[in-house]
Design a protein around this ligand. Structure first.
Ligand code: GLN
Length: 459
């Protein structure tokens, strides 16, 4: 089939279902078809094509796209058209990927359900009354609804892996520094990491290898060769691999059917020749608390740039208000409740007199979590856990209860704090509700290939 046929088929699918799913904030029909035609013409002329030529993709609306709106799910960037491409966008274009459009997300990637989007929630294609996870619910829903075969997400505390788990798709948070953050709107810079989303482990690997690798425009980008994730995904051999099961990733709040599928996955790995080792990582119980100080602190600093002067929305600009009032009115109108909550929390945690007690303590816990992982990886090659404590919950159920919402990331946050690599891969449906369950695989920094090896084995 031609790239034009594939692209047209996906655009038709979007037309047929996206009114209900609402995975997309913006569909770039003309741009996608133009790219597809370009690919077909190049192919006809025998010209060299990129490694993912003609494959459609859904891009989270947190990556800048030259000439295409980028809202980050926020009213504050409504109407802003970026003048440049993020490095991820640029690499996708160079790989001859067809970008279908921009996907829905929690505002500024703050959330676990996509309900915090200023543009309305996304439905989970398995049950439209349930959440598709967040913040990258649009990207994962676009895969589960067959609107796109590939997607890109970002993961600060779980926003690639948690949506993957609850939609029955694959999502990978590469090693921190593995994928460039240039042009990815910043939430919490020491945690944010872009990565691939797909329906199979091999598809995720092919996308990973296209977007990853050193970028001089991102000072935290790792200047080392990208691990061979494609070979690992094709290989899938786990014989002799040491797999760690952490006892802190279990207990109160974990759904029975999620634990059942998790235990079966561990059993499967054992049958395939892996050696299973029980571990304890005591600091993991404090990860959520540390994250909810560090991430809001960094966001309070990053979001200061939305001052009504530089980008997007400007409220109260009628000649009767001072510049300071315009900034305040714009932030009042442009930011949603969760964003305001975090900016206030972060500003408080960083203020003089409180800094040591809050931000300082959280950084110490972060170090302890990193050490727990270091000790674990002396004994095992990968750690596995459920990706989420429960399957997809109903839209609205946790919307007014931030603490309940934050619990969705209980298992994913430690890897962001330590900066290592992690994947969610489907491992069956929970017997009690028939909804997808994700297995999380965690590997040391720059050993991303191990995720794909194990993911391919259990897929
Ligand atoms: N749910 C977490 C939060 O709200 C993680 C979000 C993310 O990874 N972007 O911060």
């Amino acid at each position: 089939v031609s790239a034009v046929e594939v692209t047209a088929a996906h655009l038709e699918r979007i037309d047929a279902v996206d009114e209900k799913v609402h995975a997309f904030l913006h569909v770039d029909r003309e741009g996608a078809m133009a790219k597809a035609r370009e690919v077909d013409e190049k192919r006809a002329r025998g010209e060299k094509l990129g490694p993912l030529a003609g494959v459609p993709l859904a891009l989270k609306d947190i990556f800048t796209t030259e000439g295409i709106p980028t809202t980050v799910g926020s009213k504050i960037l409504e109407g802003w058209i970026p003048p440049y491409d993020a490095t991820v966008t640029k690499r996708l274009k160079e790989a001859d990927v067809v970008i279908l459009g921009k996907t829905n997300m929690d505002e500024f990637a703050m959330g676990s359900s996509t309900e915090n989007s200023a543009y309305g929630p996304t439905g989970n294609p398995w049950d439209l009354t349930r959440i598709p996870g967040g913040s990258g619910g649009g990207s994962s829903a676009s895969l589960a609804s067959y609107e796109a075969p590939l997607a890109i997400g970002t993961d600060t505390g779980g926003s690639i892996r948690q949506p993957a788990a609850v939609t029955g798709t694959v999502g990978v948070k590469p090693t921190y520094g593995g994928v460039s953050r240039y042009g990815m709107v910043a939430f919490s810079s020491s945690l944010d990491q872009g990565g691939p989303c797909a329906r199979t482990v091999l598809d995720a690997a092919l996308l990973h290898s296209v977007i990853a690798g050193h970028d001089e425009k991102d000072s935290t980008s790792i200047d080392q060769p990208v691990p061979d994730v494609v070979e690992a995904a094709r290989n899938g051999n786990v014989a002799g691999l040491r797999v760690g099961v952490v006892k802190e990733f279990r207990g109160e709040g974990y759904q029975a059917g999620v634990m059942q599928r998790f235990d079966e996955s561990v059993e499967l790995l054992r049958e395939l020749g892996a050696e299973v080792v029980e571990l304890s990582c005591p600091s993991f119980t404090k990860a959520l608390a540390a994250y909810y100080l560090i991430a809001p602190s960094e966001c309070s600093s990053n979001l200061a740039r939305f001052d009504a002067m530089r980008y997007g929305l400007r409220a109260g600009d009628d000649g009767t208000h001072s510049a300071e009032e315009v900034t305040a009115l714009t932030r009042e109108a442009g930011f949603g409740d969760e964003v305001k909550r975090r900016v206030m929390l972060g500003t408080y945690a960083l203020s003089s007199g409180y800094y040591d007690a809050y931000y300082g303590s959280a950084q110490k816990v972060r170090t302890l979590i990193t050490r727990d992982f270091e000790r674990a990886f002396e004994q095992v090659d990968v750690v596995v856990s459920p990706t989420t404590p429960t399957t997809a919950f109903p839209i609205g159920e946790r919307a007014d209860d931030p603490m309940a919402m934050y619990l969705a990331d209980l298992c994913t946050i430690p890897s962001n704090l330590a900066g290592n690599a992690a994947m969610s891969v489907p491992c069956g449906l929970a017997p009690e509700d028939g909804l997808p369950v994700g297995l999380q695989i965690i590997a040391p920094a720059m050993a991303d290939d191990r995720l794909y090896r194990v993911g391919a084995a259990v897929e």
